[in-house]
Design a protein around this ligand. Structure first.
Ligand code: DX5
Ligand code: ZN
Length: 217
């Protein structure tokens, strides 16, 4: 299981320190939550943040775009140093073109589903994506409760992947803790995003990451 700490729960006044802490603590990538105050009711980071943290870490930057009109931001986030760009299928009528555009910029392309969106909405792009992110909370904020019904959605997606010999990674995001990670691990998730559990709960970020790995096994 790959662990992707979300810097949404980091100390924004000590961002570089908090990114180094999770890198040293064994994180596999850094998850960057981009919110525009329209697609979701919260405002966070732009391409300037991605450019600023790029030299701070050697870990891949996993950029989760919770924005309206996401295509317009692809060139800027690619230039800033995103390794994967994840776009919500709910945010564009042209998800296929958006995935193509991301790849044309030399970035890995990911598609994201809100809890209320069916897997059928992304079926046609599955052959060309590198990653599929299943939201396990309604997007917008850290620290929300995991939606247990989403484990079955992950299992159904994993089954589709196996049946068609597709190779995208399955990622989950929201409410991941040592209590919830086993259900999504068992269902077939490859990458778990964790914000508040890593940065704001219990022990040090390194210990929290380790607890997630143990619980996922
Ligand atoms: C929610 C974000 C998540 C968030 C997860 O909209 O996409 O990445 O940071 O936070 P936790 O792990 O606290 O649910
Ligand atoms: Zn996210």
């Amino acid at each position: 299981m790959k662990i992707a700490p979300s810097i949404l729960s980091a100390d924004f006044a000590n961002m570089a320190r908090d990114i180094r802490t999770v890198q040293e603590g064994g994180a596999d990538m850094i998850h960057v939550d981009v919110m525009d105050g329209h697609f979701v009711p919260n405002l966070t980071f732009g391409p300037g943040m991605v450019a600023a943290i790029r030299p701070v870490t050697s870990l891949p930057l996993d950029v989760h775009m919770m924005v309206d009109d996401p295509e317009q931001w692809i060139p800027a986030f690619a230039k800033a140093g995103a390794d994967t760009m994840l776009i919500h299928v709910e945010a564009t009528p042209h998800i296929y073109r958006a995935m193509q555009l991301i790849k044309e910029h030399g970035v890995k392309a990911g598609v994201v589903l809100n809890p209320g969106t069916s897997l059928a909405a992304i079926e046609e792009v599955l052959p060309i994506v590198d990653q599929v992110l299943i939201m396990t909370v309604n997007p917008g904020f850290g620290g929300q409760a995991f939606l247990p019904a989403m484990a079955d959605k992950v299992a159904r997606l994993a089954k589709m992947r196996a049946a068609r010999d597709w190779h995208f990674a399955i990622e989950v995001d929201g409410g991941i803790s040592d209590q919830t990670i086993a259900s999504v691990a068992k269902a077939g998730a490859d990458i778990c995003v964790a914000g508040s559990y890593v940065y704001a709960e219990g022990d040090s970020p390194a210990q929290q990451i380790n607890k997630l790995r143990v619980a996922a096994q």
